[in-house]
Design a binder for this molecule. Structure first.
Ligand SMILES: Cc1cc2nc3c(=O)[nH]c(=O)nc-3n(C[C@H](O)[C@H](O)[C@H](O)COP(=O)(O)OP(=O)(O)OC[C@H]3O[C@@H](n4cnc5c(N)ncnc54)[C@H](O)[C@@H]3O)c2cc1C
Length: 463
């Protein structure tokens, strides 16, 4: 369907970026063949590292002329295979777009390039007393551009929202080569369709983001964390809705079942408090006045006590709060290191979470598979890791797809969606019709065709 990269095309690409930013050696190809999605490998034919929107525009002109697919790549931490070059062609690495152009402390805004590492941006804003809340656990290596493409969330979404809520405007290159500017630097804007929000979450299939205008908020001055442990999964998930009913919005409420905590302890060589408990809630509150946070903590303790809580541990000083967060952030990688796996990213209204987790455990028992659940329970976003563990190859291949379908059907029946923050990408596309109607899918296909008539940008993703 697509043409292969020829020596002539390589010369044209090198003329755009310079020889030193075009790579075809085995090591580079290997490095860019996979992301963090299972054990999938799709080698691109060439990796190109441009440094400006104009260079990307020229690369697209070549891609259209020769019918070559282009796959944008950020930090390569994606969990739905979005950065995989499944049709070969050009891997468009955004690593050289790594500048924070400006942090505007008067307007609480920042203009950055998309290849900036998420954590670097968070830390630079915090030095100026500003706060960029989106906080994926992969923040040490994910790019802001990848975060926009996936509309990343993370634990603080429950109080502060997700990536899209902090983007005011973009510069982006369309697959047809035009450079566009969407939105701007204003907090309100009803000037035409909202192209900014259409591109955010489009998983690198509509345009390549080359500059981002963010809005920021003041950095809360203090945080406290309470770890509550329970004897039953249901007690932990039921307690979540109760906390909100008390009128408190924590800055994070993370749910972890025992197997997730144990995996993190083992991998990190550290102890989690009460790790024998069936489930834990990690609840963070933040604000400017410690005494008000104490009040919140009291109310949270009252709420969770209604649910047979075994123990509550309070972390108040900065170091203890960081320790608990580092364990929580380690869970994803720890669980994935147990065996072959498939990670699902279900999201339901939070009061339906208990039904989701119970249903997932029933489906696991029916198919003899192991599931480990953890995630952002404040917004009902539960990551269901399905592990091969000791299951034989035949049963794994026979039952996996059926089990996932049932989990997704259950999720949708609970008013949920099949991905909250990891995207559909390559791995979830066959399940999309469970969540979206034919008309909805057709409209999305037409939008894709309008942006990318020759289907050269990140083909084989989402649909
Ligand atoms: C251990 C671990 C923990 C994680 N925790 C979280 C979490 O808490 N919350 C969460 O939301 N996600 C999480 N993720 C998933 C992942 O980190 C996010 O999806 C992240 O946003 C991907 O960013 P990236 O730069 O690595 O993108 P990549 O994986 O490189 O690419 C992801 C998608 O973005 C596209 N893309 C990249 N850059 C651009 C650009 N400039 N313009 C257009 N498209 C682009 C790619 O084509 C691809 O489709 C986690 C992943 C891991 C491995």
């Amino acid at each position: 369907m697509y043409n292969k990269i020829t020596p002539e095309i390589l010369v044209e690409l090198k003329n755009i970026t310079g020889d030193e930013f075009v790579f075809c050696d085995e090591e580079s190809i290997n490095l860019h063949s996979s992301d963090e999605t299972e054990d999938l490998k799709f080698p691109p034919e060439v990796i190109v590292k441009p440094s400006s929107a104009e260079e990307i525009s020229k690369i697209f002109k070549i891609a259209n002329k020769y019918n070559i697919p282009v796959t944008p790549r950020g930090g390569g931490t994606g969990l739905s295979g979005g950065a995989l070059a499944v049709c070969g062609g050009i891997c468009l690495s955004m690593v050289r777009f790594n500048k924070i152009i400006n942090i505007d402390t008067k307007n609480f805004q920042a203009t950055v390039q998309p290849g900036v590492i998420t954590q670097t941006f968070q830390e630079e804003t915090e030095k100026l007393g500003l706060f960029y809340p989106p906080d994926p656990a992969s923040r040490g290596s994910s790019h802001l551009g990848g975060n926009l493409a996936e509309c990343s969330g993370g634990p603080r979404a429950v109080k502060y929202g997700v990536t899209k809520d902090y983007v005011l405007g973009l510069e982006a290159v369309l697959p047809t080569g035009e450079i566009i500017n969407t939105g701007g630097k204003v907090l309100k804007n009803v000037t035409g369709y909202n192209l900014t929000q259409l591109i955010i979450g489009s998983e690198g299939t509509l345009a390549v983001i080359t500059k981002i205008n963010f809005r920021l908020i003041p950095l809360p001055k203090c945080k406290k964390v309470i770890l509550a442990s329970f004897n039953a999964l249901e007690d932990a998930t039921d307690a979540v809705a109760k906390i909100f009913q008390k009128g408190i919005t924590p800055s994070a409420i993370e749910f972890m079942e025992k197997a997730a905590v144990k995996a993190a302890e083992e991998r990190l060589g550290k102890k989690f408090p009460n790790s024998q408990a069936e489930a834990q809630l990690f609840i963070e509150v933040d604000g400017n006045y410690p005494e008000l946070l104490d009040k919140d903590i009291e109310m949270i303790a009252e709420a969770v006590e209604e649910f047979k809580v075994i123990d509550m541990v309070l972390a108040e000083d900065e170091q203890k709060v960081q320790d608990v967060w580092s364990l929580r952030r380690g869970i994803g990688e720890a669980v994935k290191s147990i065996s072959a796996y498939k990670e699902e990213d279900t999201v339901v209204p939070r009061a339906n979470m208990t039904k989701l987790i119970r249903g997932v455990k029933d489906i696991s028992a029916k198919y003899g598979i192991t599931t480990i659940c953890y995630g952002h329970s404040g917004d009902g976003n539960i990551h269901v890791n399905i592990l091969k563990d000791k299951l034989d190859d035949k049963s794994w291949h026979l039952n996996l797809d059926k089990a996932i379908r049932e989990i997704f059907e259950l999720t949708v029946s609970l008013d949920g969606m099949i991905s909250g923050e990891h995207g559909i990408g390559y791995t979830q596309k066959s399940y999309l019709p469970i969540a979206l109607s034919d008309s909805e899918l057709e409209l999305m296909r037409r939008i894709k065709k309008t942006f990318d008539p020759n289907n050269i940008l990140n083909p084989q993703k989402i649909f």
